[in-house]
Unconditional design. Sequence first.
Length: 292
Amino acid sequence: MTKIISRNFRVLCDFMDVYQFMIDLYERDWRNGVPAPFLEYALSSDWMDKSLVHRWKLWEDNGRIVGLVFYENPVNDVYFSLRPGYEKLADEMVAYAVSFMPRVDGQLRFVIFGGQTAVKEAAAKVGFQQSSGYVEKVFDFEQSLNYPLPDGFHFVEAKKLSVEKIAECCWKGFDHEKEEGPWNGDAEHGYYILMAPHMHPEDAIAIENDEGEYVCYAGMWWTPENHLAYMEPLCTIPEYRKKGLAAAALSAHYHRLKPLGATHMTGGGNAFYEKIGFKPMVHWTFWEKKPN
């Protein structure tokens, strides 16, 4: 007899089961929720506030996970993962989010993907409405991605990748230097992320200049169960942008992972991805409470 229970997430013992749950329900357009690497990358990062993950909620049917309510960054952005066939839980999941998920300055926002119709309907019932959205691009490996590496730059051999240089590249590449000052040399978060259970550093792509400085970095969370090349993060330091480095890095991912069985690679929402052949696929919508 089916018995669905709900309980709070326990990070020390539930993550691997949640990872498998997300593997099971994955679709290219994220119609059932985010892919598994999305959550693993966040939990292993230094930019996500993990102090409130005990607020996350699981729903289980005879011990099998069928639903999850969680945040990523910021903590008041709430996501829903729901196994097909359990859409009836959407009202309960949304009600839980409204009552118990963290707020920032009193604000709560739902992140709902294009195919999550039951969640959208449940959100609308309690007074939420779509406030904005965008479409993330995905590259189909039925196409070819063949952007060459410009002269004066080199791919770093996987076995020679430097965690410190990657950390510095990401600091500059995400404009932290401009906003917060020079990199302080602390690469501990880089070593921390290497401990993620599905992190494979040999799948990352780093590009260096002739002086040995890393100027572009493209991380990779290869997910063979879903034939998914989950690319995250991607950055180029400011003075080396618009030289074709990012396109070359993603081309290297394509050539490395297609022979392993990858059929598609995630990108982002900006025009760069579409320019090099990525196609619109994942519809992000953001929902907020209607003002009184």
